[in-house]
Design a protein around this ligand. Structure first.
Ligand code: PMP
Length: 428
C-alpha cells in the first residue's frame, strides 16, 4: 500500500468518507485519493514523495502557482501581528478598495470566509432588497452548499449523482427555480410564470462546475435584460471565474454588469476567503446600515486579507492574463490534437485560465445535457493514465481544469507528451 492509501484507510475511521469535501474522495474516477504533503509552483507532491504537474490549483485560487514567494512573505509578515482580532483593520479597507478597483460593478463589498457564505449572503440580500422569495439558478451550476442553492447543483453534488440533497425541506427548495444554461427561453418562461416573485438570477458566468461551459453570445445580455424587465437582481457568481478569466472577472471579459457579484477562493490566494458586493444601494441594505442580517467572526481575517491582497496586487501585473490565456489555449488545443491523432473523439472549451475536456463526438459543448452524455468510461481511464504519468487533473468529469502562471513550457510539453501516451493506450 502507498502512504496515501494507508492514510485514506486511517482517515475513513474518523472523517466521513475520509475527506472534508466530497470530490476529494475520487468517487468520480475510482481508486484512492492522493494525500498531499506540499506544493510549489506548478507541482504538488503526495505523501509518497511523488511530484505531479497540477491542474487543480486548489480548485482555482493558485493562479500564480503554489507557494508563491510574495504571498508567503505577506502571510508570514501578518502572522507576526496576531491571527485574528474580530475588529476592523486597515487591511480590510485596502482589500475592499482593491476589489472595487478591479471589478467596477462592485461599489461596496463585504468579506466572508468561503464561496458558500458569499452566495448564501448575496441571495439573502437580494431577497430582502426585492422583498421577493424565489430565486432562479441553472441546472449544473454550483454555488456552494446553502440550502436554496443545492437544487440541481453541479460539482460534487453532480459527481455523486445527487444534484439535489436530502435534508433540504421541500418548503425551502420550492423557492428555487431552475432553468437551462445557455437557453434564454427557459428563463423567459419562468419569468412569465412568476413575474413578480423572482428576487434574482444567480449564475456562473462561465459554468465551471459541470466541466467548463462558456456562455453563448447573447445569453448574459439576455439575462440582464430580463432582470431589468421584471425587477430582479442579477447575481454573477465569480467564485471560480473572478480574476481567473480576466483581471476584471468574467463580467469584464464579456462586458456584462451585474447588480451583485460573489467572489471566493481566488481573492484569498489560498486562504479561506469569500466576498460579495455590488450596487451601493443594495449593499447598504445589509447590517449594520440595513435590515438584512449577515456577520462573521473571522470575516476579513488579517492573515487571509494579507494573502489575498498580495495575490491581487501580483495579478495586476501587465500582460499576465494574456500569458495565462495563451498557456490555457496551448494545453486545451494540445489535448484535442493528441486525442484526435489517436482517433479518440474529444471536444474542448477554454476561456482565460480555465479549460474543459469532453469525451464526445459533439463539436461544440454548450449545454448541461451534452456534458452528462459524454463517454462515462473514457474519463476515469484517461484520468488514471494521466495520474500515473504524474499529471494531476480534477478527479471528476464535471470539473474545470486550471492553469497557473507557474506552468512553463517544460510542464506544458510534459503534460501533452503524457496525454499522447495515454490516448495511444486508450485507442488500443
Ligand atoms: N460558487 C462557485 C461558482 C464555486 O465554484 C464554488 C466552489 N467551487 C462555490 C460557489 C462555493 O465555494 P466554497 O467551496 O468556498 O464554499
Amino acid at each position: 500500500m502507498t502512504r496515501s492509501e494507508t492514510l485514506f484507510e486511517q482517515a475513513k475511521k474518523t472523517i466521513p468518507g475520509g475527506v472534508n469535501s466530497p470530490v476529494r474522495a475520487f468517487n468520480g474516477v475510482g481508486g484512492s485519493p492522493l494525500f498531499i504533503e506540499k506544493a510549489d509552483g506548478a507541482y504538488i507532491y503526495d505523501a509518497d514523495g511523488k511530484a505531479y504537474i497540477d491542474y487543480v490549483g486548489s480548485w482555482g485560487p493558485m493562479i500564480l502557482g503554489h507557494n508563491h514567494p510574495k504571498i508567503r512573505a505577506a502571510v508570514l509578515a501578518a502572522v507576526e501581528n496576531g491571527l485574528s482580532f474580530g475588529a476592523p483593520t486597515e487591511l480590510e479597507v485596502r482589500m475592499a478598495e482593491k476589489v472595487i478597483e478591479m471589478v467596477p460593478s462592485m461599489e461596496q463589498v463585504r468579506m466572508v470566509s468561503s464561496g458558500t457564505e458569499a452566495t448564501m449572503s448575496a441571495i439573502r440580500l437580494a431577497r430582502g432588497f426585492t422583498n421577493r422569495d424565489k430565486i432562479l439558478k441553472f441546472e449544473g451550476c454550483y454555488h456552494g452548499h446553502a440550502d436554496c442553492l443545492l437544487v440541481k447543483a453541479g460539482s460534487g453534488a453532480l459527481t455523486l449523482g445527487q444534484p439535489s440533497s436530502p435534508g433540504i425541506p421541500e418548503d425551502f427548495a420550492k423557492h428555487t427555480l431552475t432553468a437551462v444554461y445557455n437557453e434564454l427561453e427557459s428563463v423567459k418562461t419562468l419569468f412569465e410564470q412568476y413575474p413578480e416573485e423572482i428576487s434574482c438570477i444567480i449564475l456562473e458566468p462561465v459554468a465551471g462546475n459541470m466541466n467548463c461551459i462558456p456562455p453563448i453570445p447573447g445569453f448574459l445580455e439576455g439575462l440582464r435584460a430580463l432582470c431589468d424587465q421584471y425587477g430582479a437582481l442579477l447575481i454573477i457568481d465569480e467564485v471560480m471565474t473572478g480574476f481567473r478569466v480576466s483581471k476584471s472577472g468574467a463580467q469584464g471579459h464579456y462586458g456584462i454588469t451585474p447588480d451583485l457579484t460573489t467572489l471566493g477562493k481566488v481573492i484569498g490566494g489560498g486562504m479561506p476567503v469569500g466576498a460579495f458586493g455590488g450596487r451601493k444601494d443594495v449593499m447598504q441594505f445589509i447590517a449594520p446600515t440595513g435590515p438584512v442580517y449577515q456577520a462573521g467572526t473571522l470575516s476579513g481575517n488579517p492573515i487571509a486579507m494579507s494573502a489575498g491582497l498580495a495575490q491581487m496586487e501580483a495579478l495586476c501585473e501587465e500582460g499576465l492574463y494574456e500569458e495565462l490565456a495563451a498557456k490555457t489555449k496551448r494545453i486545451a488545443e494540445g489535448f484535442k490534437a493528441a486525442a484526435n491523432k489517436h482517433g479518440i473523439p474529444l471536444s474542448i472549451n477554454y476561456v482565460g485560465g480555465m479549460f474543459g475536456l469532453f469525451f464526445t463526438e459533439e463539436e461544440n459543448v454548450t449545454r448541461f445535457d451534452q456534458v452528462t452524455q459524454c463517454d462515462a468510461e473514457a474519463f476515469p481511464t484517461f484520468y488514471h493514465g494521466m495520474l500515473d504519468e504524474g499529471v494531476y487533473l480534477a478527479p471528476s468529469a464535471y470539473e474545470a481544469g486550471f492553469l497557473s502562471m507557474a506552468h512553463g513550457e517544460k510542464e506544458l510539453e510534459a503534460t501533452l507528451a503524457a496525454a499522447d501516451r495515454v490516448f495511444a493506450k486508450m485507442a488500443k
